[in-house]
Design a binder for this molecule. Sequence first.
Ligand code: SAH
Length: 262
Amino acid sequence: MARHGDRSEDAVVSQPQDRPISTIVIIIAMQTEALPLVNKLQLTEDLEPVFPKGVPWVRYHGAYKDLNINLIWPGKDLALGVDSVGTVSASLVTYASIEALKPDLIINAGTAGAFKAKGAAVGDVFVASDCAFHDRRIPIPVFDMYGVGLRQASSTPNLVNELNLKVGKLSTGDSLDMSPQDEASIIANDATIKDMEGAAVAYVADLLKVPAIFVKAVTDIVDGEKPTAEEFLQNLATVTAALDQAVTQVIDFINGKCLSEL
Ligand code: SAH
């Protein structure tokens, strides 16, 4: 659980499980999802960027209760002006944020598709129990498992019980739609929710040994009748409100607690 440069020293000195969580990094892919939370938590945009010059990544930060909150949004694509969604930007900002801010906990929050066959409905808020990829098919022994990249989220039994959140497995890929191959992999992953960032954030968090949790609000039903893009845009605003409320409750719950109490 080393978090700073000197890993051996950290392993002896700090026991992050046993002291209250202090610094949180929240990774959110879309501006529409991020801004209401920025306002609610009264965060301010960074004036002295901690990220390399020229990147579109934005950090909002502030003190909230006993917590030092950093909300990171990968920003708008420099060439096309749309949100930098997907796994590439998500892994980069997760890596850069951990390096710069040394968080005790990462929260990846966002919207997601979900499966009604697994009991999900639009507006539900899920906490992911684990994350895997569904579009990295490498049919060679062991590489196949590397492609799936299954990683467990930090365990939060008290948090999900207290806040009455649903728990499900998350499957991540770089497409909003779902090809038949993706569908087969999502079924193999036993996933209830589908997004474009979670497993990438989980990969980097695991690499750098920072605990991570995933809070996902359902904008669209993948196995429903409506086309995904249409349903997503239709529900984005209302579901974002549900997401922001849930993330605020999660932060309120975390405040003053150690990782082992979540
Ligand atoms: N048309 C949108 C594109 C957003 S991409 C726009 O106007 O900007 C979708 C984003 O929402 C990603 O960050 C992804 O994590 C999440 N998402 C919501 N529903 C999804 C689904 N069914 N499949 C994959 N990602 C989904």
